[in-house]
Write a protein that binds this ligand. Structure first.
Ligand code: RP5
Length: 162
């Protein structure tokens, strides 16, 4: 089986209900992805192996979600040249603020494109945009998606005014 374009990884399978929306967005654009659990704290070597091998295997973008002391996206970004999109997963306490701050506040030189708390759908859409930069057909689909969004707002506006 060939390597898909996107890796959707998370610190625990308990993150999947949040990360699932990234997969759904990728599905909407027929972008292939793989899914896996790689914990920065519980399986550090496995996480590093994944990050170091990702580009060589042919992945192009990594979406990494984690909650609490959410070190997965940053650690993965430190070990791959690929763009990494971080998804802060909200847990029971602190409403995901802990996850957000753990992911967003990266040292200079090691970027993680952080989306909002629970913003996995936008992570998926951002991955599509990154891939579309080198794929005119995919970019056309993104343009159409944006036009649909605009139409939706116009329709809702018209419905409110009616
Ligand atoms: C983090 O710890 C994971 O990303 C998850 O959000 C959180 C809790 O993990 P579990 O205890 O549910 O496995 O590393």
């Amino acid at each position: 089986m060939s390597t898909p374009d996107v890796g959707v990884i998370m610190g625990s399978d308990s993150d999947w209900p949040t990360l699932e929306a990234a997969g759904q967005a990728l599905d909407e654009f027929d972008v292939g992805y793989e899914v896996g659990v790689y914990s920065a704290h519980r399986t550090p070597q496995r996480m590093l192996d994944y990050a170091r091998e990702a580009a060589g295997r042919g992945l192009k973008v990594i979406i990494a979600g984690a909650g609490g002391a959410a070190h997965l996206p940053g650690m993965v970004a430190s070990a791959t040249p690929l763009p990494v999109i971080g998804v802060p997963v909200p847990l029971k306490h602190l409403d995901g603020l802990d996850s957000l701050l753990s992911i967003v506040q990266m040292p200079a030189g090691v970027p993680v494109a952080t989306v909002s708390v629970g913003g996995a759908r936008n992570a998926g859409l951002l991955a599509v945009r990154m891939l579309a930069a080198g794929d005119p057909a995919l970019q056309q689909r993104m343009t159409e998606f944006q036009a649909d969004l605009e139409r939706l707002v116009h329709d809702k506006d018209a419905a409110l005014r009616a």
